[in-house]
Design a protein around this ligand. Structure first.
Ligand code: ACO
Length: 327
């Protein structure tokens, strides 16, 4: 399709990690694990853990304020807030409306999107479609999670993998010519397969047993699905934009595990130098990890105006997808 189209331009990004850093060695003092096992199996060296009383919305607000400052915008400029999270402050209301209040916003609308580790890609897709439909001219898209709150700290197969954090972007409606040369989001592709529930889930919930529960995971199976499905979604996104995967300048993946990043890059024949990796510094922060990695690569000057950026993720459900944009 060519001709004038609405495009969602990313005009700012930002992130926040809680102050408290827990190293692998500190974890090894509590559960039967070792720095060597965690580093060689996952690439993770440390994770940030929210302070007692520090909620998902607190992390989200700090990331949002950083993104707004980076965009040169204020909360008054925002029409919609979408928060990707799987660890809300409360069962309801949404983290989105709590963030709206904490930012002092008195107009617009806010809600949450729940697609676990793929949540930020889903939230980007939702916001992009609202902008393309003309229902919002600007959006604050946030990925924020406090996974530490739903970890079984006696289960070494899961507790070493996750951390807390938040990242955000500000989107603004702009015009494009309808080609892959346009600035902004070129496409988003989303997938899910509810049959894969048992591979990764939380074992409680409000309508099951009025409780919050803990993460349960079949790590090896998740790993296999991750590499295959993420690679397929990258190819689907590139094909939808009519560009070869080799034309993509930067890959900004969900930061679950360095071996998943390496395996996916190898499958796609992408050089590791084009893959943004921050997993060593904060572990798997679920919906926060893509905007955390994006903010890092924008702040250090790697991602430059005009370049093609591919964000991708896979999470429980299972859910997965990709978002291709020109910076
Ligand atoms: N410390 C020490 N030993 C451990 C630990 C630990 N933290 N965890 C497991 N082990 C042991 C196991 O008990 C097992 O011992 P055994 O051989 O005596 O039975 C041994 O290590 C090997 O366990 P495996 O599960 O086979 O280890 P594997 O090489 O598959 O690595 C891992 C496990 C890292 C979880 C891997 O499967 C993985 O990365 N999976 C992807 C999971 C993931 O990233 N999930 C995040 C959510 S989904 C997403 O975001 C994409």
């Amino acid at each position: 399709m060519t001709g004038p189209v609405l495009r969602s331009h990313v005009i700012g990004c930002g992130s926040y990690l809680p102050e408290n850093i827990v190293t692998n060695a500190e974890l090894a003092a509590k559960v039967d694990t070792s720095d060597e096992w965690i580093r060689t199996r996952t690439g993770i060296r440390q994770r940030h853990i929210a302070a007692p009383g520090e909620k998902t919305s607190d992390l989200a607000v700090k990331a949002a304020l950083a993104a707004l400052a980076n965009a040169g915008a204020t909360a008054d400029d925002i029409d919609m807030v979408v928060v990707a999270t799987t660890t809300p402050d409360l069962t309801f209301p949404s983290v989105g409306t709590i963030v709206q209040r904490k930012l002092g916003m008195t107009r617009g609308f806010a809600f949450d999107v729940q697609a676990v580790c793929a949540g930020f890609i889903y939230a980007m897709s939702v916001a992009d479609n609202f902008i393309k439909a003309g229902q919002a001219k600007s959006a604050l898209v946030i990925g924020a999670d406090t996974m530490s709150r739903i970890l079984d700290w006696t289960d070494r197969t899961t507790c070493v993998l996750f951390g807390d954090g938040a990242g955000a972007v500000v989107l603004n409606a702009g015009e494009g010519g309808g080609t892959s040369e346009d600035r902004g989001v070129l496409n988003t592709v989303l997938f899910s397969d509810g049959r894969l529930h048992d591979l990764l889930y939380v074992d409680s919930g409000p309508s099951t047993n009025q409780s919050v529960g803990f993460i349960r995971m079949q790590g090896k199976e998740v790993f296999k699905h991750a590499v295959t499905n993420i690679a397929a979604s990258v190819e689907a996104s590139a094909a939808a934009a009519g560009v070869p995967v080799s034309a993509i300048d930067w890959f900004v993946p969900h930061q679950a595990n360095q071996r998943i990043l390496d395996g996916t890059a190898k499958k796609l024949k992408v050089d590791a130098s084009r893959v943004v990796s921050t997993v060593a510094l904060h572990g798997n922060t679920s919906a926060a990890s893509v905007p955390l990695a994006l903010s890092t690569a924008v702040a250090d000057g790697r991602i430059q105006r005009g370049q093609l950026v591919l964000m991708e993720a896979l999470g429980a459900g299972m859910t997965w997808g990709a978002c291709l944009l020109r910076w």
